[in-house]
Write a protein that binds this ligand. Structure first.
Ligand code: DAH
Length: 343
């Protein structure tokens, strides 16, 4: 074999090897091609290497260099084919993993917070008793939170340390301060708002947040919820109050409930009572109530000689805690889903 013939053979081999490797479609065909061209014993490159040894000694260095180049080209063609097949296998595997017939994963839906659930139940129960829903702002003036409720300026309940008074924009600007405003400390404010714009008979509830600067502990939170009830008509009595509260309790707890009144004092009721409810043999303090004080009726333009009314205010967290056996009010506001998802 002359040097020229040797070069021709090398070129032909590289060309054929490149075509074969580019065409193989699976691992077995690739392996067969590898053995044919690069096989260590009788591969075609090996055979040319033997021919190289037969060339005249003077031609060998040149021939050896070209041989080396050719082997590199064939090995690159093999590597390219291996990479191409690996890509292909990966693509097949990912389409096999996607099974369009598997039902989708349902996204987790939230549900109502236990306090919201209690509120919904209370509204529904009181609605059946003929009480409609009334509303008022959480930022109140002193008239609705105190004065109209017969709480005079020197009354301790108005202490700035016991209320969240607000610095309004005009306070902050240092200008004309305007009337003091505060976060309402009780939903009794809504009684006034309703009576100011409606004539008796009145049967309403108001539900919402109230605020007091209490340090949070097991039974206190600076924000909590109350349900307020108000009924004003001719001949409304404490007996009506007691039976409405009993029906409310029995509907909410789904069982026999007893109501106990303990004498108390609120500026806006006379007489005033603390309400205890017993369910499943345990007494719990639920809130306050009483007959609307004549001063309150007069403040909204009613005639205490003509109409009378009862009012009550219950803690919503208390009701919810008693129902579910929750012993720490802070759980409601931690927003730990492991707690919330139980309800
Ligand atoms: N507002 C009272 C409080 O937050 C609760 C209350 C007592 C409401 C007597 C009333 C009532 O309507 O008649 O402590």
């Amino acid at each position: 074999m002359t040097l020229q013939e040797f070069f021709g053979q090398l070129e032909l081999l590289v060309c054929q090897a490149s075509q074969r490797f580019a065409a193989v479609g699976d691992a077995a065909a690739l392996e067969a091609a590898r053995i044919e061209f690069l096989g260590a014993r009788s591969g075609r490159l090996k055979q040319l290497q033997k021919a190289l040894g037969q060339l005249p000694a003077a031609d060998r260095p040149q021939a050896g260099q070209r041989f080396h180049q050719a082997r590199q080209q064939v090995e690159e063609a093999l590597a390219a084919a291996q990479a191409r097949l690996a890509e292909h296998r990966k693509a097949i595997r990912s389409t096999e993993l996607f099974d369009p017939t598997i039902p989708g994963l349902r996204p987790r839906l939230g549900h109502l917070h236990p306090i919201s659930q209690t509120i919904e139940q209370l509204k529904e129960i009181m609605g059946r008793l003929g009480f409609s829903l009334a509303d008022g702002p959480e930022v109140e003036d002193e008239w609705h939170n105190f004065e109209a409720l017969n709480i005079p300026p020197e009354h301790p309940a108005r202490d700035p340390l016991d209320n969240f008074y607000l610095a309004t924009a005009s306070h902050l600007a240092g200008g004309d301060a305007g009337p003091p405003m505060l976060l309402r400390s009780q939903t009794s404010t809504v009684q006034i708002r309703v009576m100011e714009r409606q004539k008796p008979p009145i049967r309403i509830i108001a539900v919402g947040r109230v605020y007091r600067p209490d340090t949070p502990d097991q039974t206190h939170s600076p924000m909590f919820h109350q349900i307020e009830g108000l009924m004003v008509d001719r001949h409304v009595t404490m007996a009506d109050l007691k039976s409405v509260l009993r029906m409310l309790g029995e509907s909410y707890f789904h069982g026999e409930v007893h109501i106990r009144f303990r004498p108390s004092f609120f500026p806006f009721t006379e007489p005033s009572v603390e309400i205890d409810m017993s369910w499943q043999g345990r007494w719990i303090e639920m809130g306050g109530a009483g007959m609307v004080d004549p001063n309150v009726l007069r403040a909204v333009g009613y005639d205490p000689e003509q109409v009378s009314g009862f009012a009550f205010g219950l803690g919503i967290e208390r009701l919810c805690m008693r129902q579910h056996g929750i012993d720490d009010i802070r759980e409601f506001f931690r927003n730990d889903v492991r707690f919330l998802e139980q309800f």
